[in-house]
Design a protein around this ligand. Structure first.
Ligand code: PLP
Length: 449
């Protein structure tokens, strides 16, 4: 179908995620039609360097034949199998067991969902069940971080702290609470890492006290790096300190690795960077490299055994039609093989070191307030004044201008509304590809000067 009629049909009928509908209707969609390696192509034939791995998910890059073959084979052999009624399927069993082997601590039990939001919902549901099972039904409150993102389902959106996901909706829920982010560039306690860590631990303690004490709080959830909040990397030691505080307060520590899982910040799981051992862990995106929808929540031995023992002969009433979908699981297995045996983790680490060093050169750019990141996850905070750190006024629409400049320069990055640029290239970028990406980002910045 020719490009213009597709754009017209999109305008009339397709409701887009996290989009200003009327603005989108005016502008019209960029319709993507094909992809290969680290490039995508639109319906006009224009090619873009994808510096954001789709939506921080295509960690393996496009056109990985082993993933395509695994999906095709599974579709032909067994396109669907339910996990209800005692049924199971081979790819899901193998994927769960391999992931359990690789996951930190005692996270040996894997529940498969369809993406990140419902993985977070599932983590909340399992946590609720666990608290009831241990005889503490008043443990109902959940604490998350300002600037955090945990999806846009009703439960996830309430844990999320980004205003756009609350405006016009009835979230957060009454049992969902926030404490300040570790965001060091704009932290009221300053940029000293120890001061930030101490403030966060104290904020968690204070919040638990304000909610009536540990008997009223189920869990604290956070991302190893706050992605959608603008790629905010916590100071070294922050995550272990928060984990220790959770243990001391007797509340569960849930880590949301939907972005940081699968090589994005170096090792297979972001939790490995600081040897975390969360009670529950959510993943999605890189699990299947975006080739098929899938997410997962990992449960520690303690959580799983408590739930299983408590339920006894009764069903634990949580599950979806597409839990442990065999095609997604086959895709996950083929993708995991690329990380573990195909050299993808190592190439990502190599490219990540290059990305960090080349991006550091942009710190002197007149529009750049801060460059931050870890391995293949980076943020560039764009400011109106480097001295005062003042952001551009909303009517400047700096984010929209950067988005336009990026497409003009044949590159895709995330242009947040406040102007922050997010980068999350596929792990198969070569050092030369990284140089090309950074050059195009710089050109886009120059174009909006
Ligand atoms: N959690 C985190 C940390 C995320 O970054 C995201 C999505 O970006 C989600 C949850 C939600 O995942 P999904 O969009 O697959 O529902």
């Amino acid at each position: 179908m020719i490009s213009n009629s597709l754009i017209e049909l999109d305008r009339r009928h397709l409701v887009h995620p996290v989009t200003a509908y009327r603005e989108h209707e005016k502008r019209g969609a960029t319709v993507l039609t094909s992809a290969s390696g680290i490039h995508v192509q639109d319906s006009t034939g224009k090619r873009y360097l994808d510096g954001f791995a789709g939506l921080w998910c295509v960690n393996a890059g496009y056109g990985q034949q082993s993933i395509v073959d695994a999906a095709a084979k599974q579709m032909a052999e067994l396109p669907y199998a339910t996990g209800y009624f005692g049924f199971s399927n081979e790819p899901a069993i193998l994927l769960a067991s391999q992931l359990a082997e690789l996951a930190p601590g005692t996270l040996n039990h894997v529940y498969f969902a369809l993406g990140g939001s419902d993985s977070v919902d599932s983590a909340v549901r399992f946590t609720q069940y666990y608290c009831n099972a241990i005889g503490k039904p008043e443990k109902r409150h959940f604490i998350s971080l300002e600037m955090g993102y945990h999806g846009s389902s009703t439960t996830g959106a309430g844990l999320t702290a980004l205003p756009a996901f609350h405006a016009g909706f009835n979230v957060p829920l009454p049992n969902q609470h926030k404490i300040p982010s570790h965001y060091s560039y704009r932290n009221p306690v300053g940029e000293d890492p120890q001061a930030i860590i101490a403030a966060s631990v104290q904020a968690l303690r204070d919040k638990v006290t304000a909610l009536g004490g540990p008997d009223h709080v189920a869990a604290f959830i956070c991302e190893p790096v706050q992605g959608s909040g603008g790629v905010l990397v916590p100071p070294k030691g922050w995550l272990p300190a928060m984990q220790a505080a959770c243990r001391e307060l007797d509340i569960l520590f849930i880590i949301d690795e939907v972005i940081t899982g699968f090589g994005r910040i170096g090792p297979l799981f972001g939790s490995e960077v600081e040897s975390l051992e969360p009670d529950l862990m959510t993943v999605a995106k890189g699990l299947t490299s975006g080739y098929a929808p899938m997410g997962a929540v990992f449960l520690s031995d303690r959580i799983y055994d408590t739930i299983a023992d408590h339920a006894g002969k009764n069903a634990v009433g949580h599950g979806f039609t597409y839990s442990a979908h065999p095609v997604s699981a086959a895709v996950g297995l083929a993708t995991l093989r690329l990380y573990t045996e195909g050299g993808l983790l190592e190439s990502g680490q190599h490219a990540g070191a290059r990305l960090m060093s080349r991006l550091a050169e942009l710190a002197g750019h007149p529009l750049v307030g801060e460059v931050r990141g870890i391995s293949m996850l980076a943020g560039i905070e764009v400011v109106a004044s480097k001295e005062t750190r003042e952001l551009f006024a909303p009517d400047v629409a700096i984010g929209a201008r950067l988005a336009t400049a990026s497409l003009d320069n044949g590159v895709i990055f995330r242009a947040f509304a406040n102007g922050t640029i997010g980068l999350a290239p596929s792990l198969n970028y070569t050092p030369d590809d990284i140089d090309e990406l950074v050059a195009r980002v710089k050109k886009s910045l120059d174009d909006v000067l």
